[in-house]
Design a protein around this ligand. Sequence first.
Ligand code: C5P
Length: 398
Amino acid sequence: MLAGKRILLIIGGGIAAYKSLDLIRRLRDQGAAVTPVLTKAAEQFVTPLSASALAAEKVYRDLFDLTDEAEMGHIQLSRSADLVVVAPATADLMAKMANGHANDLASTVLMATDKRVLIAPAMNLRMWLHPATQRNLAMLAGDGVLVVGPEDGAMACGEFGPGRMAEVPDIVAAVRRALGDGPLAGRHVVVTSGPTHEPIDPVRYIANRSSGAQGTALAAALRDLGARVTFVTGPASVPPPMGVEVVAVETALDMAAAVRAALPADAAVFAAAVADWRVANAAGQKMKKDGTGGLPRLDFAENPDILASVAQMGEGRPRLVIGFAAETETVTAHATAKRARKGCDWILANDVSPATGIMGGAENAVTLITAEGAEDWPRMAKQEVARRLAARIADHLA
Ligand code: C5P
């Protein structure tokens, strides 16, 4: 349900705008309040009067409307909502958003908002497939904009293919996900992710090849089910998801402290590839060649095992503690032993031998190891692994 939530609905100028009138109704059926904003082009497809009547609210249309500015102001309009939805998001609106234009009310509100934005693109398939639109889409996704659809299907222009706006129930479901209305609502989950960097001196460090992709996907999937997520990340090569609390750390010691500070939590998932050792004699100044050919000597100290310390902490332990086990041989046996040794509830084991292409790749093939035994999951996208694991976590905490 969306009771008490306010949606700012920006209706773009495309034939799919007629579906947005139904979207207003369906969002209100769920208890949401809807404030419509129409672009000039949208008014060619739907009238402000229909949008206003269905929303039972004033419709906003013009950036330079003195009455609107006196009553509300475009900045306040952009902030008073819990979520901004753009449906239909035309090629032009997407291009404006991606490039930061602010030359009408809709684009200005989108620039000024501090809330999450969900777009439902709709356009002719050639326009959708055009490299410019795909480039804009990638930029928007990188900025954390949520996207629902488009779908494949027959289009008003007579062509068939991708570009049809997502159906209204799918947009409503995406709105609910974006607002954290899911089975993990009210739960707090800590996720560690990425590599750690262990300094040798102020400019050099020891690291590993973890991209942070699996941990990032997991944080996003938990957020989508409504969890409050604290995302403790080392220097990853993929950006952190929007809508989670990001705690950026560098070393294993920083990560351990950040995890302790983030507790209590209902669940903790340790997806980070933490360095096992740090350089004990890291230099305070940049190390120099001394001209004699002498080589530096690095001494190592063992880093704390963050997963094991949380799994074995007794009072205040999260109900569910999950680790990952990256192995290159006898994966299930090693991971089963690791689960017992570390004292965690579940281990997600994967084979990271170079031939699998998993480390740094888009897919993962994991085995979930619990007290009940081992369960092999087929190879799938890291996002899909994340969704499945998030769903299992939600079941377990229910
Ligand atoms: O012992 P190993 O590094 O294989 O264990 C992997 C699991 O332990 C991962 O979940 C990883 O995030 C976690 N870990 C940790 N702190 C360490 C080492 C590993 O939390 N110092």
